[in-house]
Design a protein around this ligand. Structure first.
Ligand code: URA
Length: 443
């Protein structure tokens, strides 16, 4: 294998033979292919794409560059879910313990917020003491004892992906569908799962806003899973507005706890129930969606999911009294209310602007190594389609100081499109279901 030949083939749109691609990737891992050659290759992939066999080689090499968990001794199906990330997406915090209460084992490796999207790890770390850096043995032990655990990707899992992702991040090569699909799936395959639910967000606040590209990503990830013998299903879910009311790490964790208590915003609860139903269908091949939904509702409303959450928080070193006092997560000292200046209808709520707003308030990051402020964010009470009267409360900004609160108020106003009349056009919460036999549009 000659590295320049691999790069040139890809540049010209000719497929790279599997053995050469694997040798190129292994040479990169050993340090024999430098970052500049790998960057050139990744850029060529952005323009030319990858063929099925090339994607499979990339996934296999990334997966086996590290450890693959063996959780086969657990007495139940190992099912996880992955979200491509959005604004206000706190589903995993509710879903993992709910799925555990439904009898599944959920070994979840999650990510941090980057750019305008927030991350599950940052939300959990808003709970005092909560550790997301368990070693693999401790992780395994918590999953076995509690039924679920949520940690960050450890250095043992898919190290080649970790290096490639860091390189893509600084070379403008993140947004290639095969590279994204291979990156996500190499990590998920390393979890040793029986089933995987993929929540692919679509809309202006999503990592991939366009429906066609989001569908391509969903299809490719399901295909990769299927080729490697992993049952997978993907849902396309709405991110043309934020999910729920609370945006920002601690505020979102508090909202997730309210959902676990049987309350919380209706869109969050519905998405959790839809996803829990799909996870149970993946776990139990018999496939009765009504029964699966009924079990999900009863475990959420019966308090069993909350009980699993509490045990997970304790097992991961967190202060479990937060479950009885979620308002303690509202720690920002400067609050500012935003009220309607005129009567009208809410035509849109910009997830993208609000996601960027969280970063500006200090609750997100533009580089992975930055720390985040867990207390800041927004409560957005105005939802699309709702009629508001002058003086109605539209939202609340949670900020570190009055200057930041004023900046946040201005941003929240700009994020809310309110007109005298008109009908908003919004995506349905769950618009498509993609599985190995094809895809369905859900209306
Ligand atoms: N998330 C990942 O894990 N990898 C990507 O390439 C993009 C998003």
């Amino acid at each position: 294998m000659i590295p320049t030949e691999v790069i040139e083939r890809k540049r010209e749109g000719r497929p790279v033979p599997g053995a050469d691609l694997e040798a190129f990737l292994q040479a990169y891992l050993r340090g024999d292919v430098p970052d500049y050659q790998m960057s050139a290759f990744l850029m060529a992939v952005c323009f030319r794409g990858l063929e099925g066999g090339e994607t499979a080689t990339l996934v296999r090499t990334m997966l086996h560059s590290g450890e693959v968990l063996d959780l086969s001794d657990l007495p139940g199906a190992r099912i996880d879910k992955h979200s491509t990330g959005g604004v206000g997406d706190k589903v995993s915090l509710v879903l993992a313990p709910l799925a555990a209460a439904m009898g599944m084992f959920v070994p979840m490796m999650a990510g941090r917020g980057l750019g305008h999207t927030t991350g599950t790890l940052d939300k959990l770390e808003a709970i005092p003491g909560f550790r997301t850096d368990l070693g693999l043995d401790e992780f395994r032990a918590v999953v076995s004892r509690v039924g679920c655990a949520i940690i960050g990707q450890t250095s043992e899992i898919a190290p080649l992906d970790r290096r490639l992702y860091a390189l893509r991040d600084v070379t403008g090569t993140v947004s290639s569908i095969p590279l994204i699909a291979a990156s996500i799936m190499s990590k998920k395959l390393a979890e040793g799962l029986d089933g995987l639910l993929l929540d692919v967000k679509v809309g202006e606040g999503a990592f991939i806003p366009e429906e066609e590209r989001a569908l391509d990503l969903a299809r490719l990830m399901v295909e990769i899973a299927s080729e490697r013998g992993l049952k997978a299903c993907a849902l396309l879910t709405a991110m043309d507005r934020p999910l729920g009311v609370a945006l920002g790490n601690g505020l979102e964790t508090a909202e997730a706890i309210r959902c676990l208590q049987g309350g919380g915003p209706s869109d969050l609860r519905e998405l959790v129930l839809v996803e829990a139903t799909e996870m149970l269908l993946l776990a139990d091949g018999t496939g009765d969606p009504h029964r699966a939904r009924h079990i999900a509702e009863s475990k959420l409303d019966g308090g069993q999911a909350l009980e699993r959450f509490t045990r997970m928080v304790e097992a991961q070193g967190g202060d479990a009294t937060i479950v009885d006092h979620p308002d303690r997560l509202r720690t920002a000292p400067s609050l500012a209310e935003v009220r309607a200046e005129a009567d009208g209808v809410v035509i849109g709520v910009s997830a993208r602007l609000l996601g960027d707003g969280i970063v500006r308030l200090g609750g997100g990051r533009s580089k992975l190594e930055q720390t985040v402020d867990p207390g800041v964010g927004f409560e957005v009470h105005a939802s699309t389609g709702v009629r508001v009267a002058r003086g109605d409360l539209l939202g609340v900004v949670h900020a570190r100081d009055p200057g930041a609160a004023a900046m946040g108020s201005d941003l929240l106003r700009r994020a809310l499109l309110i007109e005298r009349g008109g009908t908003p056009v919004t995506r349905s919460l769950v618009s498509h279901r993609i599985h190995s036999d094809g895809s369905e549009r859900l209306l």
